[in-house]
Design a protein around this ligand. Sequence first.
Ligand SMILES: Cc1ncc(COP(=O)(O)O)c(C=O)c1O
Length: 371
Amino acid sequence: MIELMPISRQFRLLKDDILAEISDTIEQGQYILGPKVKKLESRFSEQTGAKHAVAVANGTDALVLTLDACGIGPGDEVITTPYSFFATAEAVSRLGATPVFVDIDRSWNLDPERIEAAITARTKAILPVHLFGQPAALDDIQSIADRRGLLVVEDACQAFGASYRGKSIGSIGHAGCFSFFPSKNLGTLGDGGIVVTSDPELAGRLRRLRQHGSAERYYHDAIGYNSRLDELHAAILLVLLNKVEAWMKKRRAIAKTYDERLRPLKPVLEVPATEEGRLHAYNLYCITSPKRDSIREALSKNNVQSGVYYPRPLHLQQAYTSLGYAVGDFPVAERLSREALALPMGPLLTDQEQELVIAVLQDFAEKGGAK
Ligand SMILES: Cc1ncc(COP(=O)(O)O)c(C=O)c1O
């Protein structure tokens, strides 16, 4: 079976180093917010160019705590994409605010041309997602936000390693939120997340919020959360950080091969569009095809896993019926929900495996994609 994301290979490869770090953590004796979390935070701010990094329990909390620290709550609106993992909008709703969806562009991210029309007196922030690792149109989004006095919070959960006009994503908006879920470009053996920002006050609020709203033990100046990155996960992530640059190169090389070999298969399927000045991090490599489900079947018959991200856009989720959206409201997102298909991707996917995936797709297209 060719896995969609061969992640266990990554951990097996680094097992000895990871076990040594875990052993070191046991000996060091600090298991919550110890030196390894601090080191990871400083490596992260170096890596992204943001002045501060605050590690939290997962990517969803990174979003919730950031929006909370930005003062977003009941009655407020946050503009975001209907084509993302549920957590993006859920974070907004969790604070009692309302996600306001805007359709996506050809990069499959928030379409800046549609944002202005969705701004109301209640809008407080724009929450772009860098979906599958491709940066959203941050310049345009930031300039709308500046003009209209809104904050930009980047959902960079899928996009570690991506950059926009030479700047690391996450560091361009007011804050950027990352996830360390195992399948992410930088993932741990469990849950984890981090927020980066260059605003010292926001960083301070985040540090307090993750610790029950407390800066000094047993003194609480806000209602907070218990949302800290475990020292053990920081230890594991420090091992992975040493590898991640080489692995990002490998992801891009695999994407380039898919691009070159699959582009001629149009119109049976299309490769993802990439935009000038945006360095894609390829957490997922998704093709589109009106015959998506038959392609998926052909791959599966040949023991190749594929993935549907996402079968139902956020505005049509049952949890959001109360928002009153209907089928047809966001045609681009709805089409992608029917047509996008993720192919096997990961730094340790072998050339042979990729060749087999390509061969199945070529064979499908040669037969006219008739089925
Ligand atoms: C776009 C996006 N936002 C938020 C999240 C939430 O991250 P986590 O699973 O670490 O809570 C994820 C990931 O899983 C994601 O893909």
